[in-house]
Design a protein around this ligand. Structure first.
Ligand code: SF4
Length: 241
């Protein structure tokens, strides 16, 4: 037997039904939209020869963002994958503690070691970026996502990572000395410091991001020792604000 409450009350519509002339015209009222559209100018977009810019908040392909010192924002928590209604995201997390010599890919304990988005499944709803606790995942305005193979539409972490901006130091490398993940989350890390540059120079002397990171450190006047702590925050002066 159904648990639904039963009633003998007749159905009462919440909206007053039309009366008089409105009632007579109601069956053809929808044609008014069609009729009015006949007098509007025709707009034919010449895509792909002329690309019309999208609206600023258009949901295009995803991007995995970085902090200003080059560390990745993704912590491999998988919340985006759980939020995805189309099961289009696959994430595997790993521990930064397993990286050698105090290196980090992201601040804190974990990083995303595997990150895939299947664009054959993605419906661009944006629930994944709402779920992301670190704003690692955002969506760009890029919409040209086609390809000749199904496998090619599964984008890997390397495809999704934001490009390294001028002054950023490619991960992995240690966090800014004296900081914790909280300071990264608050946006207080504003660039690499000399210790991070020295670490990368020791471990990857051919890293192409070294030169611009060195220039950024020199320009910011960062303390080379990393011991110049701010009295208020306990963080190195010049890099953490
Ligand atoms: S993108 Fe965001 S939600 Fe997804 S695993 Fe990384 S940190 Fe978590």
């Amino acid at each position: 037997m159904s648990d639904k409450p039963t009633t003998n009350e007749p159905y009462e519509p919440l909206i007053e039904p039309p009366t008089g002339i409105a009632e007579i015209l109601a069956p053809i009222a929808g044609f008014g939209v069609t009729f009015a559209s006949m007098f509007r100018p025709t707009v034919t977009e010449q895509y792909p020869f002329e690309k019309v810019p999208t609206k600023p908040r258009y949901h295009g392909r995803h991007q995995l963002n970085r902090y200003a010192d080059g560390l990745e924002k993704c912590i491999g928590c998988e919340l985006c994958a759980w939020a995805c209604p189309a099961d289009a995201i696959y994430v595997e997390g790993a521990s930064n503690a397993d990286l050698p010599d105090g290196a980090h890919r992201s601040p804190g304990e974990r990083y995303g070691s595997v990150y895939q988005i299947n664009y054959l499944r993605c419906i661009f709803c944006g629930l994944c970026i709402e779920a992301c606790p670190t704003r690692a995942l955002t969506m760009t305005n890029e919409y040209e996502l086609t390809g000749p193979t199904r496998a090619g539409l599964i984008w890997e972490k390397e495809d999704l990572l934001a490009p390294l901006r001028e002054g950023m130091l490619a991960a992995p490398h240690p966090m800014v000395p004296g900081t914790e993940d909280t300071q990264y989350y608050r946006g207080e890390v504003t660039g690499p410091v000399a210790e991070q540059v020295a670490w990368v120079a020791d471990h990857r002397p051919d890293d192409p991001t070294l030169a611009s990171a060195r220039a950024a450190v020199a320009a910011s006047g960062t303390a080379a020792s990393g011991t110049a702590a701010s009295p208020a925050s306990g963080a190195p002066t010049g890099t953490v604000r």
